[in-house]
Design a protein around this ligand. Structure first.
Ligand code: G3H
Ligand code: 13P
Ligand code: ZN
Length: 311
């Protein structure tokens, strides 16, 4: 099966009250861990590549690895550009074989965001590629850009209809209190998601797929393992998984997860080195790293996204 765009998967997810996991990929072991989990559970997948991932691994290597995963699994998989920040970057991914792109104009004025997003859509749609836009601004770190809590802003529901009508985007990322990275809330802080905004947005855009970025839950067992095995991660908590499940039952059709993959892999590799200080063959520590990713993704598919059996 060739790569798919997100149209069909979002339609089914919206109607079925579940979400598709959009997992960030940077190397072979991460791709294998995610896709082995999805294959076992017969789940559709979005594998997404950030500008940083392109720089690290090279877009062609990642695309070829995802093509190998398609061949191995037979699953519907979309290869998506995460946080594209220019028309040129989106064009390069479309020309390079991606099936979906995000144009993130959330840092621009409303009018500039519309103009840039519409330009990407005009290039993408005739080529069968779906486009995700963003309105509102998440806090946190993404591609070395650190958005402070003061500069973050919730999505204004009054703007969403005009944005979607004028751009013709296929899905919309909104800011309702999630944030990027592994340090979302301090311990003791109460994580809150603005379900009222999500509700209002979906009223104004009936049937339209909404995207949640910054949706890692920062599992405390991984932070503990990392810190017990020589790591120095500050205490922090993420988005409670029951809130994500609730969002997936509503209009949210795509949930982005990157930080939890990093924590799972790092915890497992740190533990491995403490238990096996003599190991120096990368396969000895990357195999448990890959297995940890697989376990985490199985948990997300079943308990958070609800997309098992939906491929
Ligand atoms: O939202 C950003 C993703 O977590 C990607 O992170 O830019 O460090 O690859 P990255
Ligand atoms: P997390 O940092 O919460 O995993 O968010 C990832 C993301 O939104 C990628 O676009
Ligand atoms: Zn993001």
């Amino acid at each position: 099966m060739p790569l798919v765009n997100t149209t069909e998967m979002f339609k089914k997810a919206y109607e079925g009250g579940y979400a598709i996991g959009a997992f960030n990929v940077n190397n072979m072991e991460i791709i294998q861990g995610i896709t082995e989990a999805a294959k076992e559970l017969n789940a559709p997948l979005i594998l997404q590549v950030s500008a940083g991932a392109r720089k690290y691994a090279n877009q062609t290597y990642l695309r070829k690895l995802v093509e190998a995963a398609l061949e191995e699994t037979g699953l519907p998989i979309a290869l998506h550009l995460d946080h594209g920040d220019s028309f040129e970057l989106c064009k390069s991914c479309i020309d390079g074989g991606f099936s979906s792109v995000m144009i993130d104009g959330s840092h621009l004025s409303f009018e500039e965001n519309i103009a840039l997003t519409a330009k990407v859509v005009e290039y993408a749609h005739p080529r069968g590629i779906t486009v995700e836009g963003e309105l509102g601004r998440l806090a946190g770190i993404e591609d070395a850009v650190n958005v402070s809590a003061e500069d973050a802003s919730y999505t204004n529901p009054a703007q969403v209809q005009e944005f979607v009508e004028k751009t013709n985007v296929d899905s919309l990322a909104i800011a309702i209190g999630t944030s990027h990275g592994a340090y979302k809330f301090k311990p003791g802080q109460k994580p809150q998601l603005r379900f009222d905004i999500l509700e209002e947005v979906s009223k104004r855009l009936p049937g339209f797929p909404i995207v949640l970025h910054g949706a890692s839950s920062v599992p405390q067992n991984f932070v503990k393992i990392i810190n017990e095995n020589g790591g120095k991660m500050p205490d922090a908590i993420g988005i409670p998984e029951d809130m994500l499940r609730q969002a997936a039952r509503m209009a949210v059709c795509k949930i982005n997860i990157d930080s939890d993959l990093r924590l799972a892999m790092t915890a497992s590799i740190r533990q491995h080195f403490v238990e096996h200080p003599d190991h120096f063959d990368p396969r000895q520590y990357l195999a448990p790293g890959r297995a940890a990713i697989k376990e985490l993704v199985k948990h997300k598919i079943v308990d958070v996204l609800g997309c098992d059996g939906k491929a």
